[in-house]
Write a protein that binds this ligand. Sequence first.
Ligand SMILES: O=C(O)CCC(=O)C(=O)O
Length: 251
Amino acid sequence: MNNFITMERMGDYERDGFVLLPDLFSPPEVAAMLGEIESGGRVVANTRGNEDTTGRKAKLAIWHELGDDIWAAASTDPRIVNGTRALLGEEVAFFHGKVMLKEAGTGGAWEWHQDYGYWYNQGFVFPRMISVFVALDASTVENGCLQVLKGSHKLGRLEHSKVGTQTGADPNRIDALEKLFERVNCEMTPGSALFFHSNLLHTSGPNDSTKHRRSFIICYNALGNPQLAEKQTSDSRPCPVGSGSDILKFA
Ligand SMILES: O=C(O)CCC(=O)C(=O)O
C-alpha cells in the first residue's frame, strides 16, 4: 500500500498538513531523473539562484508548462496526480514544477513560509493547492532536508514579506509558533514523495554536507480554484494522468 493515499493517510494529511509516501519512484526512475539533471535539458535552461541570508545560493529551475520530457512524465504520473486528487478531494490542474538544486557544500537555505503565502499574491482565490516534494537524493538533516511545523496548515494564510533576500513569514511570529507546533525534519529516501498543504509552514537549512540534496517539487491547483483574471498565468485544464507505461520510459 506504499504508493496509495489510503483513508488513513487522508486523515493524517487533514490533521498534520502533510503525508509521506516512501519510495514512490523506483531507483531506475530516480536515476533517470538525476541523469536528466546532469545532462542539461530543461533544468539547465531554467536554473536561477535566490540568495539566502548568508549569501549562499538556493538554486532552482522552475517552469509553468508541463512540457514533454521526464519531468512531464513525473508530473502526470498516476501515483502523484491521483494522490493530489484524493487529498484535495477534487480534480487538479498542473501549476508548476521545479527542480531544487541544493548542492553539496554550497546549497542555500529557504526561510519559513507557506506556499500559499506566495500564491495568494499571484491571485489564487482559495488555498486549495498542494505541493509534492520528490526526493532525488537522500534528504537528511545534514544536507538540509525540508522541515515543517506539523499541523500549521490550520493557521490559515499568514502575511509574507521580505526576510533577508527571500520572502517569508514574520520570524517573530515563527518563534512564537515554534512553541505551539512540533517541528518535523522530513528525512526522505530517494524516490519518496511528501505531499503537503499550501498553508503548511516549511523551511530548510543550508547544505554544508558533502552530499547533494536535489529534489523535484510539483505543484497543483484545484481545477475549481480560480486565479484572478489580471494575474492569470496558470493552466485551468485538468492535469493529464499518464499511463504506467510512461514510467517505463524513465529506465
Ligand atoms: O527545497 C527546499 O528545501 C524548500 C523549497 C520550498 O520551500 C518551496 O519550494 O516552497
